[in-house]
Design a protein around this ligand. Structure first.
Ligand SMILES: C[S@@+](CC[C@H](N)C(=O)[O-])C[C@H]1O[C@@H](n2cnc3c(N)ncnc32)[C@H](O)[C@@H]1O
Length: 214
């Protein structure tokens, strides 16, 4: 399959600002290869970067990789990270499938965050959703034993689909937060992202799901 087509993503890759090339500091932070011996956290679809910056704050001893198509969001992370040489943050511009295929050895990822993935509400677009059964099957081999996956969405249809798939892959992943108090995103100490705020404005109550790879 054509390389560009295989990893094609829908949606914008640049904002309206003129400075939307990856800034020099962000280029220095570009991901090379994942070091399997480290504790590697991937923030998939990091958007404007709020979640990555928050994760970095509490994980200064771990490697945090922001994976996003949207250049302005990656630039935002780079601008806010103070010391580029000492930092533990890496940026990957593009599709997480490409990141996994090309940069991640088996058993190399310790933690994944997927906050407010595009819900693609129209039925004809469901196949564009990132999290589905095939996605769980794929990430399984890249995740270390006992690694953690954090997922949040305000889409009821999407969370139903995700939970159905979690049930199907229950031999490989354990659902850790099975009570209302533990899945209520707004009442937990979780990253305050742009799409979390959007959900609150719409009066939605986002659902947080925490899984462990067995
Ligand atoms: C709805 S936004 C949420 C952004 C952010 N997580 C937040 O909570 O504000 C979803 C983001 O996921 C990114 N995205 C979608 N599919 C992706 C993929 N396969 N790999 C990497 N990023 C992806 C999009 O570019 C978009 O910025």
């Amino acid at each position: 399959m054509n390389y560009k087509f295989k990893y094609r993503l829908f949606g914008r890759s640049k904002g309206r600002s003129k400075n939307n090339k990856l800034i020099e500091k962000a280029i220095k932070m570009k991901l090379k290869k994942i070091d399997q011996t480290k504790y590697n956290i991937i923030d998939i679809g990091s958007g404007y970067g709020e979640s990555t910056l928050e994760i970095v704050k509490y994980n200064s001893d771990k490697i945090v990789i922001a994976c996003e198509k949207y250049i302005d969001g990656l630039n935002n992370i780079a601008k806010k990270i103070k010391n580029v040489d000492a930092n533990n943050v890496r940026l990957f511009q593009g599709n997480v499938h490409q990141l996994l295929d090309e940069n991640c050895p088996d058993n190399s990822i310790s933690e994944i965050w997927i906050l407010f993935p595009d819900p693609w509400p129209k039925k004809k677009h469901y196949k564009r959703r990132l999290i589905n059964y095939d996605f769980f099957l794929k990430i399984k081999k890249y995740l270390k034993k006992d690694s953690i996956i954090h997922i949040a969405t305000d889409s009821r249809a999407y969370i139903s689909e995700i939970l159905f798939n979690v049930y199907k892959i229950k031999n490989d992943f354990q659902w850790l937060n099975q009570s209302k108090r533990e899945w209520d995103y707004a009442n937990l100490s979780l990253p305050d992202t742009k799409y979390f705020q959007k959900a609150l404005k719409k009066g939605f109550n986002p659902f947080y799901l925490k899984l462990k790879k067995l």
